[in-house]
Design a binder for this molecule. Structure first.
Ligand code: NAD
Length: 278
């Protein structure tokens, strides 16, 4: 296997461009799934307090025999903890559950326009404290639209290192990605397979047949060549191994374009401008 590329974030920290997502993995299945991923060569795990499996992620990393510094760990602030004191408590809880003194990346999970008076700048300033303390090596946001990012720009000091947003062939997010590129914010593409829903598209099937790669590998490779960070989720060991097998081939510029035009602005998850976090 050719190795996973690193991406350098706007603060100089590096992050593996490919990782493992654990949303909707039951706590009792998490140690096995993360252990399989680490054995297969994954070195980046994306979790969140709201996924309810941080402790099991920490347990799998501890059991792996890898040094803490060899695995990049991301977690996210719960929607119930945006108020600064609550955010501090939530962050302590995340570190404790993961069994670590720091996370590599900590994100505001959702902007929550309808709650807390929409004061995302106050929440962000609290994450800036975690960053200055060295307990979050990088900080970022998730599900932020350009207007949310502009707001931070006016009222806070640190530019988010990443914006984790839903991206897949049916939701290419060209405008948000262009805004992020212009402001040196790296895009992380969540639900990179559209939760599996994009894999039957005829274009993807035909590229899969021609290249001898699976539909999931074709889609993940499309993300990688567009420059986004991805962390597909699976609990099936064969799929976990299949999904990381994307570093020994390249899609042509035509393949990339043919997949990109599948966009139909179709979300699998909530609209960040409407979601109130509940
Ligand atoms: P995904 O696009 O990774 O799809 C996962 C599903 O695709 C699996 O449940 C399985 O059904 C299918 N699948 C996986 N590998 C496959 C393969 N090789 N062949 C066929 N089918 C396959 O969706 P996701 O889990 O929603 O997203 C990935 C990660 O993104 C999450 O685990 C989480 O870490 C992150 N995420 C973040 C947010 C956010 O708000 N920040 C929201 C959702 C997900």
């Amino acid at each position: 296997m050719t190795s996973i590329p690193d991406i350098t974030l706007n603060n100089g920290q590096t992050i593996p461009q490919f990782g493992f997502g654990v949303f909707q993995i039951e706590p009792q299945d998490t140690v096995a799934a993360v252990s399989t991923a680490l054995e297969a060569g994954y070195r980046h795990i994306d979790t969140a307090e709201m996924y309810g499996n941080e402790a099991e992620v920490g347990e799998a990393i501890a059991k792996s025999g890898l040094e803490r510094g060899e695995v990049f760990v991301t977690s996210k602030l719960s929607n119930d903890s945006h108020e600064p004191d609550e955010a501090r408590q939530a962050f302590e809880g995340t570190l404790k559950a993961l069994g670590t003194e720091y996370v590599d990346l900590f994100l505001i999970h959702w902007p929550l326009p309808a709650r807390y008076g929409g004061d995302i700048a106050a929440t962000w300033r609290t994450l800036e404290e975690f960053y200055r303390e060295g307990r979050a090596r990088s900080i970022g946001v998730s599900n932020f639209q350009p207007h949310h990012l502009r707001r931070l720009h006016g009222e806070t000091q640190i530019i988010p290192a990443v914006n984790q947003i839903e991206v897949h062939p049916y939701l290419t997010q060209d405008d948000v990605r262009a805004f992020c590129a212009e402001h040196q914010i790296t895009v992380e593409a969540w639900s990179p397979l559209g939760k599996g829903g994009v894999l039957g598209a005829p274009v993807i099937r035909s590229i899969s047949e021609r290249t001898g790669k699976t539909p999931a590998q074709v889609v993940l490779r499309w993300h990688i060549q567009r420059g986004d960070i991805v962390f597909p989720k699976s609990v099936t060991p064969d799929r976990i191994r299949e999904n990381i097998g994307i570093f020994g081939f390249e899609l042509s510029a035509t393949d990339i374009a043919d997949i990109t035009v599948l966009n139909r602005n179709e979300r699998t998850g909530p609209d960040p401008d409407k979601f109130d976090g509940r």
